[in-house]
Design a binder for this molecule. Structure first.
Ligand code: KIV
Ligand code: NA
Length: 263
């Protein structure tokens, strides 16, 4: 497969070609996902839950994300590799940059952070220093205690307006991608149409520029509670490669997410 870059992701956004993203934590799965045509691999701080058995993403450290990022980078040849800055790793823009450097040096092409307007200066600081940024709005799991649980966001007019203004500020600050998690379908569509940068939905409806799922969720191996937006792509497949290919095809032909996965 041809290398996926930020310009090629922008071209996909411009031509309305769906972007396929999955989380990935090791070299073997990275090679498999590459072969199946997954465009973006995310070393999510979800690794704390699916790999390490924590009940939230909060205990995850930069060193842990860097370790998994290095493994993914060794396995992948063509995908864009995005690594999560974990909880507490971007409280100031200087800290964000120092930690982002560790993830980029481990092999990431882009770092992801969770939050809105308060991060605009940080996004500008990182992008001016050649660190591409993926933003993340809606349900932001690092804020689980403030949110009071893993709940759908952006349901009121005020919170939807807030999310839209946050998205614009982050784009103006230089963000390259935006993950939208657990928001109403209509809001996912509005935000996607309003922005030039691609949006990647997880429970944000079928109108985003692309979709992402946690690998363990889409393979049906995560023992925890299954979110509404999750689909088990192992159903009817005889192999992991078959399941990942089914996911790539379903995102590409927009048959996933269906209404049963949306809010
Ligand atoms: O950590 C993660 O896996 C994520 C995705 C769910 C977007 O942030
Ligand atoms: Na994450």
């Amino acid at each position: 497969n041809k290398a996926v870059t930020i310009p090629s992701l922008n071209a996909m956004r411009a031509s309305r070609t769906p972007i396929v993203m999955l989380t990935c934590y090791d070299a073997s799965f990275a090679a498999l996902m590459d072969r199946c045509g997954v465009h973006v691999l995310l070393i999510g701080d979800s690794l704390g839950m699916v790999c390490n058995g924590h009940n939230s993403t909060l205990p995850v450290t930069v060193a842990e994300v860097a370790y998994h990022t290095a493994a993914v980078a060794r396995g992948s040849k063509s995908a864009t590799i995005v690594a999560d800055l974990p909880f507490g790793a971007y409280a100031t823009k200087e800290a964000a940059f120092d930690n982002a450097v560790k993830l980029i040096q481990a092999g990431a092409h882009m770092v992801k952070l969770e939050g809105g307007a308060w991060l605009a200066d940080t996004v500008k600081f990182l992008t001016e220093r050649a660190v591409p940024v993926c933003a993340h709005l809606g349900l932001t799991p690092q804020s689980v205690h403030q949110l009071g649980g893993y709940k759908v966001q952006g349901k009121t007019i005020e919170s939807a307006d807030q999310l839209k203004s946050d998205a614009l500020l982050l784009q103006q600050a230089g963000a390259s991608l935006l993950v939208l998690e657990a928001i109403p379908t209509g809001l996912g569509k509005e935000v996607t149409e309003m922005l030039a940068m691609p949006t990647i939905g997880i429970g944000a409806g079928p109108d985003c520029s692309g979709q992402v799922l946690v690998m363990h969720d889409m393979l049906g191996v995560f023992p925890g509670r299954k979110a509404r937006f999750v689909k088990n792509f192992m159903d009817g497949q005889g192999s992991v490669e078959g399941a990942v290919t089914a996911y790539v095809n379903a995102v590409t032909d927009r048959s996933f997410p269906g209404p049963e996965h949306c809010f």
